[in-house]
Design a protein. Structure first.
Length: 360
């Protein structure tokens, strides 16, 4: 393998072996603590524009299959791996990880001390970096790619409909995971997936029984032009927000968000359900959180809290059927402790054919 480098904007350089498509790339360097699920992570649209570091040392040992993709292609800008397995062993495996990276045009580095890299990220906070064949500093031209509007790149460009016998849910796509759609379909819902920029009037024309705001990449404030529509939609239809969707609902009602030092990304984050006192293990992938002091407690009740850093993980509207969670109840990868969030949402939906209260 050819020698390559991860060059960080803070000056550190990590040397490793290049894998995948040998083309320089830049991105926000993040890490995920999950022990499994590398295929789901790489295809999660929330990682768009990011270089993903796998904390677990051995990656690729069960290969790549046809079942676990969370979108139609890998979304990461690059991957950083400690030890990559080139000879996977699993009855569903169709190819190895290295071949998948090549086919998808994604570059990576293996034989990296990922523990040392994670320590650097935890020290400085999330860092931008570049995977390159040349051991040089980061040029200004590469820095221009760090603040793109990634939601526009991962959101659907057209309406997609899935018919079922249950209530009709409009899924506003900011970069949704396939598992969220699948969770709704498994509960019997009909689902219409629409682009991120759909207005209240366009949603109304689809006659939904409820609306789901999906996960997605980037800073939620980039979607400020749509906050007014999001608020109007949620006041008119039972609404569930997941991850980025959670942040957008909070922002639409006047709260603020802030960036975490190095994000929550993993399959083992403990979250306390404040109404019951129970702790749920959750799958998470986000770099921003809702600022608790900015939440109007006359409007929203905090329903979940992160056990590790006490950040807000869930909100429920005091008057409308609106709920939002920062974690991923569909998991994939991760535990299914909070799958009931989907059932709670669906129970709030109006019967098929009934007109929502705010549209009458």
């Amino acid at each position: 393998m050819e020698t390559g480098y991860l060059v960080l904007e803070t000056g550190e350089v990590f040397e490793g072996k290049l894998i995948g498509r040998l083309k320089d790339t830049t991105g926000e360097v993040v890490f995920n603590t999950g022990m499994t699920g590398y295929q789901e992570m790489m295809t999660d649209p929330s990682y768009k524009g990011q270089i993903l570091t796998f904390c677990y040392p051995l990656i690729g040992n069960y290969g790549i299959n046809l079942l676990d993709d969370e979108s139609d292609r890998p979304q990461v800008s690059g991957v950083i791996i400690g030890d990559m397995c080139e000879t996977p062993s699993h009855f569903l495996s169709l190819k190895n990880l290295s071949d998948q990276l090549k086919e998808s045009g994604i570059i990576g580095l293996t034989s990296i001390d990922t523990r040392a890299l994670v320590k650097v990220i935890r020290k400085h906070g999330t860092i931008n970096g570049r995977i390159t064949k040349q051991k040089t500093s980061i040029e200004e031209k590469f820095k221009q790619n760090w603040n793109k509007f990634w939601v526009e790149e991962v959101s659907t460009k057209e309406i997609r409909s899935y018919k079922n016998d249950g209530p009709h849910v409009v899924l506003i796509d900011y970069g949704h995971k396939k598992s969220i759609l699948q969770a709704l379909l498994e509960e019997g819902c009909s689902v219409t997936v629409v682009p991120y920029h759909f207005s209240y009037e366009q949603i109304k024309a689809l006659h939904p029984n409820g609306v789901l705001l999906s996960n997605g990449p980037g800073d939620p404030m980039e979607l400020k032009p749509w906050f007014q529509d999001i608020k109007k939609i949620s006041e008119s239809y039972p609404t569930l927000g997941i991850c980025l969707g959670h942040q957008l609902l909070a922002l639409a009602y006047g709260a603020k968000t802030e960036k975490l030092a190095y994000g929550h990304r993993g399959s083992n984050h403990p979250v306390k359900e404040l109404t019951t006192g129970k702790v749920r293990m959750t799958s998470q992938n986000h770099g921003y959180v809702v600022v608790e002091d900015s939440i109007n407690l006359d409007v929203f009740q905090v329903t979940f809290r992160n056990v590790n850093d006490r950040t807000v993980e869930g909100l429920k509207h005091m008057h409308h059927p609106i709920q939002a969670v920062q974690f991923h109840p569909e998991a994939h990868p991760g535990p299914s402790d909070t799958a009931y969030v989907f059932q709670d949402f669906i129970q709030q939906l109006l019967p098929v054919g009934e007109i929502p209260y705010a549209v009458m």
